[in-house]
Design a protein around this ligand. Sequence first.
Ligand code: NAD
Length: 433
Amino acid sequence: MRITMIGSGYVGLVSGACFADFGHDVICVDKDEGKIAALKAGRMPIYEPGLESLVATNVAAGRLTFTTDLAASVAGADAIFIAVGTPSRRGDGHADLSYVFAATEEIAAAVTGPTVVVTKSTVPVGTGDKVEAILREKRPEIDVAVVSNPEFLREGAAIGDFKRPDRIVIGTDDEAARKVMRGVYRPLYLNESPILFTGRRTSELIKYAANAFLATKITFINEIADLCEAVGANVQDVSRGIGLDNRIGAKFLHAGPGYGGSCFPKDTLALLKTAEDFESPVHIVEAVVKVNDSRKRAMGRKVLHALGDAPKGKTVALLGLTFKPNTDDMRDAPSIAIAQALSDAGVTVRAYDPEGMEAAERMMPELAFCKDAYEAATGADAVVIVTEWDAFRALDLPKLASIMAAPVLVDLRNVYRRDEVEGAGFAYTAVGR
Ligand code: NAD
């Protein structure tokens, strides 16, 4: 089949490369000329494990191409995916749909024959109706079905997630469009990934409900972690003790500095706005957003506390800046609020991240960026593990202690064992234990 992917970011590029790997002919489009030039030269504009070789293989096989020319790319496509960004709208937290609608207008101007337009971007309930209305108004003579097909991949594990999803959700009542979508995903359901066909609005809401539920799980265990600290219990044992119950499940029960990233913060907010618009409040999600917001800065205070009475003038090394390991994505990372809280208290912040430094330097130019964990720790009064990259799981603790001004380790991801760290002479602070 011929697939056009509009937007070649974390979702569009991975989805496009995976579709090509299934044997489809895929054109990935982006209006960012730098991104397309890099891709044409074989360079990845993002860090995602396995992506470079997947792209190279499929480009070499002639199934994957890149362009900035949206109009030319949609001609003759069986399915046109919209995978552009839907960030929080400045000021009110609604999803900003301007990129989705701009892409729709461009599709409407260029489409040449019957096709299926698929919103892969995370979009609020009713967006598919608006996309359809634009296409109908601009091109009433062409038969275009609009389908919702939200994406559930995780950055850092995106290719595996895309190729072996827990489920594929397809929202449309149009039988011909379902047939096209079955064709698109055929290689997957042969591997037994279930396809769930729903109405379009239901499909749109499934994505937000899924993210809000996962954000709730994280926030729940974070509050239980605070309670553990207050009562002298161990949150890791609590997580295990509840997570072994199949009704609860072990995933997303790791206490930490609060959720961040390019999806949970904006998607929980957008869900609140939808709920507000439809006068059907989601109080649990409201609480989740509020608790998570205050948590990030609270983690800054936790670090200040570990520094002792007079943190001003001290130096802290942050290890890990991205919102999770194995990505270079810095959007809404907890490290940003933590670094800000530390700077506000007069603390000098040194930092290192294996892949996120370029993006982090753009967002926080005031930090001192270092070449590895040990350079960051040199002369520091505390080292803080913010993101649990593998590179920070087996630090040489005696070496670290010897180069720091004071051996203090704040482990916001509960990577280390207390006895091991204290045995190396550190004062150790963890989360919820
Ligand atoms: P991104 O910012 O990495 O990529 C979006 C790309 O779209 C950019 O490269 C941008 O230049 C391009 N673009 C915007 N308008 C365009 C246009 N008119 N024509 C061509 N290209 C255009 O965003 P992302 O992280 O890939 O997210 C995309 C969508 O997928 C969002 O709705 C997001 O919520 C959703 N999503 C993201 C993830 C994730 O982990 N990143 C997971 C699931 C769903």
